[in-house]
Write a protein that binds this ligand. Structure first.
Ligand code: SF4
Length: 218
């Protein structure tokens, strides 16, 4: 059963990787989050000349241990945007500075079979760093994020990723927290504010995608 599933998803990942490459993304395929971390350390990080790095909130990225590696890297200024215990004001200021880091890492809400990244953001720091600023961007994406096209990506995010993301934050009170369905709310805590479709990487290779043959994130 496990081999059957793995083979199925390997073919889907390779299909998706081909489309992403056509769209100028650099693409890597990993069997697991830990292998994604090894690919980052051995193939991506060693080829970069960077002095600073930061990240946008992502459960998929956290699963790889890449952040721990960067925190422990000597002579690298790591802007820890979500360090536990810091004040909201400090967190927002770090998110602003993250947009000028040499390297920015995050996940994606969806990736389409024709090679686009689709995201929906609350604050905008995640899609901001993805779009412009950092010289290098690394995006970790689990197989569960693959959808047919942009329309399916929007559907996935509105029906699944956004309500789940709201529910995972303790104490938030948007309508989807109570019903599990998006109500297109007007809540001041609304997490659904800015959509992005990254159709191609510009310049070529700026965005490096690691596709992982496991379900990751929301
Ligand atoms: S728009 Fe509001 S109700 Fe819908 S998912 Fe976002 S936060 Fe929840």
């Amino acid at each position: 059963m496990a081999d059957f599933l793995h083979s199925f998803w390997q073919m889907r990942l390779e299909h998706c990787a081909e489309a992403l490459s056509e769209n100028n993304f650099s693409v890597y395929i990993a069997d697991s989050p830990s292998q994604a971390g090894e690919i980052f350390k051995g193939q991506i990080f060693t080829e970069m000349k960077i002095s600073s790095a930061s990240w946008g909130d992502s459960l998929s990225l956290k699963a790889t241990a890449i952040l721990d590696f960067l925190r422990a890297t000597p002579d690298l200024h790591f802007i820890d945007t979500f360090e536990p215990g810091i004040e909201r004001e400090e967190s927002m200021e770090r998110r602003r500075r993250a947009l000028l880091a040499d390297l920015f890492l995050t996940g994606s809400n969806a990736v389409t079979e024709d090679g686009c990244l689709v995201n929906l953001d609350m604050v905008g720091n995640r899609v901001g760093g993805l779009t412009f600023g950092p010289h290098h961007v690394v995006v970790v994406i689990g197989r569960n994020k693959i959808v047919e096209n942009v329309e399916a990506a929007v559907e996935r995010i509105r029906r699944l990723a956004a309500p789940l993301n709201a529910i995972r934050h303790e104490g938030w009170k948007m309508p989807c927290v109570k019903t599990s369905f998006c109500m297109d709310c007007k809540s001041p805590q609304r997490i659904c504010n800015t959509w992005t479709i990254t159709q191609k990487s510009y310049p070529k290779g700026r965005i490096k995608v690691i596709l992982v043959n496991e379900d990751l994130g929301l």
